[in-house]
Design a protein around this ligand. Structure first.
Ligand code: NAD
Length: 365
């Protein structure tokens, strides 16, 4: 079977980090006899320059016909003042991609490799043993999208509306339970059920879904307590599932516990099954942006994008062994001391983007 993967490098450091991730995908494919068809396409500012739109129709079409999408990053100062603003890369490419591809579940692992404990914002006695938690965020509902929203006629009152349907909660709860089942078997559902009606429905539906997952231990936590627990004792969490706005905030908080933007992958999943029914269609990207300040210098950390490939293998292709092989290779190179500039806080001499890719490839073989 051939897996079809759309490769959208984008802008800034995008092409540099995606190049390394592609090398890793090819190598893992050779090692585990997986066949990939990697098809590049334009997205972001570079697509705007070439075609007048940051998400050309042929790019969207390619994504729709793929098993998964690997994305670098989009945007940069060159396109900050594009008119109309709806054609700016972040607005004109990322949001429509999520919408058109029906990506309702955002998975953000926050993994702190023990070798990098010194770059965490938390003390070593709290994170010294490493961190491995996953935030599953609902991505297309809640207060960011609920209607009505806007201003009163005199402009003195503003309204946003938080709406969740049973269906929206159920499908994200399933993603949370499935993820917990494949990891440590613990799911913490985060809400504000002491105040919000949407949260009370959320809790009700999550409890109903839990009946299908007797092997997963479910707990509930209020969002304010969760924000506090994440810095007090993050190791208590395995998988957190939560609604859109809470997830937006908590996943950023969780990711910074790991010290570097350059290390963190993400997955956004839809509902369509992929080739052979072994996984779910998704888009995979590092959580960082296009880093224009270091673009073209060959110093960007490619590990977030390489780890995004592991998520792609796991969630869209059902190739768990290959996914773990990438994660193990990354852990090995870090333990052996390899550092790009962003994670060289412990005084190590930084290596280049390509050199980091070389080391991961060597660790894979
Ligand atoms: P950024 O994440 O690009 O950069 C923030 C800081 O982190 C910079 O100092 C950068 O050099 C550093 N950094 C980021 N990734 C790194 C890596 N892999 N290795 C080493 N250092 C890294 O955020 P920003 O500067 O706020 O945004 C830059 C551009 O990216 C903007 O145009 C923004 O809109 C866009 N952006 C795109 C995405 C996306 O494509 N998903 C996400 C966020 C921001």
């Amino acid at each position: 079977m051939t897996y079809h993967i759309a490769v959208l490098s984008g802008d800034g450091i995008g092409p540099e980090i995606v190049a390394q991730a592609q090398r890793v995908l090819v190598a893992v494919g050779e090692k585990y006899s997986l066949e990939f068809e990697l098809t590049p396409a334009l997205v972001g500012g570079i697509a705007y320059d070439a075609t007048g739109h940051p998400l050309p129709p042929e790019t969207l079409e390619l994504c729709k016909n793929s098993d998964a999408v690997l994305l670098g990053a989009v945007g940069g100062p060159k396109w900050d003042n594009v008119h109309p603003a709806t054609l700016r890369p972040e607005v004109g490419a990322l949001l429509p991609l999520r919408r058109e591809l029906g990506l309702f579940a955002n998975l953000r692992p926050a993994t702190l490799f023990p070798a990098l404990a010194s770059v965490s914002s938390l003390r070593a006695d709290i994170v010294g043993g490493g961190l491995d938690l996953l935030v599953v965020r609902e991505l297309t509902g809640g207060i960011y999208f609920g209607k009505p929203k806007g201003r009163s006629e005199d402009g003195q009152t503003a309204t946003d509306t938080c709406v969740y349907s049973r269906h929206e909660i159920e499908r994200i709860a399933v993603v949370g339970f499935e993820a917990a089942r494949k990891r440590g078997g613990n799911l913490c559902s985060v809400d504000k059920a002491n105040v919000l009606e949407t949260s009370r429905l959320w809790r009700e539906v999550v409890v109903e879904v839990s009946a299908r997952y007797p092997d997963v231990a479910l707990s509930h936590m209020l969002v304010d307590n969760c924000a506090m627990q994440l810095v007090r004792n993050p190791a208590q969490f395995d998988v957190i599932v939560t609604e859109n706005m809470f997830g937006d905030i908590l996943s950023d908080e969780a990711s910074m516990l790991t010290g570097s933007l350059g290390m963190l992958p993400s997955a956004s999943l839809g509902s369509r099954e992929t080739a052979g029914g072994r996984g779910t269609f998704g888009l995979y990207e590092p959580i960082h942006g296009s880093a224009p300040d270091i673009a073209g210098k060959g110093v960007a950390n490619p590990l977030a994008t390489i780890l995004s490939c592991a998520l792609l293998l796991r969630h869209s292709l059902g190739e768990e062994v290959a996914a773990v092989a990438i994660e193990t290779a990354v852990s090995k190179v870090l333990t052996e001391g390899a550092r790009t500039a962003d994670i060289a806080g412990d005084g190590s001499a930084p290596i280049s983007t390509t050199a980091m890719g070389d080391l991961v490839l060597a660790a894979l073989s």
